[in-house]
Design a binder for this molecule. Structure first.
Ligand code: NAD
Length: 448
């Protein structure tokens, strides 16, 4: 899903119905709307700046190259080499700075992308809103519940467009999953299980530390801001996800992606009432604060959601499984599969096993009389996959650019982003306090 070009933005429906006896396998080609290919509204290009040109900021810039409705006109980063990295990623020159506030002063800037470590999201977003800019903020949009509440208030008070950066919500695969979900073909759904597993040092945030990293090349004080003061530490700067002063561990990195996918597919845009986490730091005992295995069980209205991430195993990688009374839908990587269940009513002999043959025959006769034989209602298995080179981030950015110009709604606004991020905070609260975390919507806070 990361390569930046595609010739056909469409689904290929794979005919795997043959897995079910008698079901015809039929391949259908669907043609979804390609957001990134949309032309500019009134010919207007959104002029944006990128705050944070690290791993994600550069990915966003590479994806933004595919979106003709916007143009990058500046970038900021606290590590000087990343000024160049950002320009290389975008393939064009633009002014760069270590102080993002100078970019916010510019009148020719419409929108700001926030791709910093999590502990800067609130500050940069609020400054951008105060400067009258629209904001695309990476997930998790908050580093704490209070950050998220402040962000929602500021964005709504300033009437700004805000897109949270869990790009899978814009993916044509997730949209197809949402269509199937909303059609009711899954029947009643009360259980969802999702996980992302990664078994590699990079998957556990052990990112490279460049040899030139020093207080001369990194604005360390600018990085710490409100975090506890400490001497320059390159490990903390480049591997910030491991430390609670700047990041949110598996909850903020991966649970938010899974929850955003789930909220998007189901339309259940809310916060869980309770969460219980378990897990541990089993392998990466390198001084980090967060566990390398985390699992959380959430109570949503009428729905149990079970999330788990394991940094010591790769199996299943990135999967959301939705279990309904009439079928199961699995979104795994680039593929979506809907498997209907056979719910044709049948006489069930098991319960008659403790009765006489005459009683059983009577029961069966009565059942047959009230259930005229009909055809099995079982449909075929359906599978959809993303075309080669499809880039969901480009579609997510295009959705944002369109909203900046039209002032229409984005797919993943501040409330959605905040709800998903609170899922991360509930999970971490439960894990660290060793208690069930309860969401109190009246006070916008977590209770133990
Ligand atoms: N949507 C996704 O799939 C996805 C993927 C990766 C990361 N992310 C998110 O993107 C964000 C960045 O992650 P990353 O992996 O790029 O981290 P990173 O450490 O590679 O890059 C972050 C950069 O932000 C810069 N920065 C921090 N505060 C700044 C400030 N006030 N002004 C200017 N620059 C500042 C740092 O100097 C650093 O270079 C995180 O919130 C992360 O959760 C999202």
């Amino acid at each position: 899903m990361k390569t930046p070009s595609m010739s056909r933005r469409d689904f290929v429906r794979l005919g795997v119905g043959a897995a079910i006896a008698g079901a015809a396998a039929k391949a259908t080609l669907l043609e979804p709307v390609a957001l990134a290919a949309q032309t500019a509204v009134d010919g207007r290009k959104v002029r944006f700046v990128m705050i944070g040109t690290g791993i994600r900021g550069c990915d966003l810039l590479r994806a933004a190259r595919l979106v003709p409705t916007g143009v990058c006109v500046g970038a900021a980063d606290l590590y000087v080499m990343r000024h160049l990295a950002g320009k290389e990623a975008y393939g064009a020159d633009f002014p760069t700075t270590s102080d993002y506030r100078t970019l916010l002063d510019r009148k020719d800037v419409d929108a700001v992308f926030v791709a910093t470590s999590d502990h800067h999201h609130r500050r940069v977003t609020l400054d951008a809103v105060a400067a009258g800019k629209d904001v695309y903020c990476e997930k998790p949009i908050s580093h704490s519940v209070a950050d998220g509440v402040a962000t929602v208030e500021a964005v709504q008070g300033g009437k700004r467009i805000f897109q949270a950066g869990s790009q899978r919500v814009s993916s044509i695969l997730n949209k197809k999953a949402g269509e199937i979900y909303k059609s009711g073909r899954l029947g009643e759904v009360h259980q969802i299980d999702a996980h992302i597993n990664r078994n590699s040092p990079g998957g556990a945030w052990t990112y490279p530390i460049p040899p030139d990293a020093s207080p001369e090349t990194v604005d360390w004080k600018g990085f710490l801001v409100d975090a506890p003061d400490r001497p320059f530490d390159a490990k903390r700067f480049f591997r910030w996800r491991c430390f609670e002063d700047y990041g949110s561990g598996l909850g903020g990195d991966l649970f938010v992606h899974l929850l955003s996918g789930i909220l998007g597919i189901t339309g259940m845009n809310t916060v869980a009432s309770r969460a219980y986490s378990s897990g541990g730091l089993y392998h990466y005992k390198d001084g980090r604060d967060f566990p390398d295995m985390l699992e959380t069980l959430y109570d949503f209205p009428e729905m149990q959601v079970h999330l788990h991430c394991n940094q010591n195993n790769n199996d299943g990688n990135d999967t959301i499984s939705i279990y309904g009374s009439k079928g199961t839908m699995v979104v795994a990587g680039n593929t979506l599969t809907f498997t209907p269940q056979d719910v044709t009513p049948r006489f069930e002999p098991y319960g008659w096993g403790g009765m006489t043959a005459a009683q059983k025959k009577l029961g069966q006769d009565e059942w047959n009389a009230s259930h005229p034989a009909g055809a099995s209602a079982l449909g075929e298995v359906e599978s959809y996959t993303l075309p080669q080179g499809y880039n969901e981030t480009a579609d997510h950015i295009a959705n944002f650019f369109r909203a900046v110009v039209t002032r229409e709604h984005v797919v993943e606004d501040e409330v959605f982003g905040n709800n998903a991020a609170i899922g991360c905070h509930l999970a971490n609260y439960s894990y660290f306090h060793r208690t069930v975390a309860t969401w109190d919507s009246a006070s916008n806070s977590i209770k133990g």
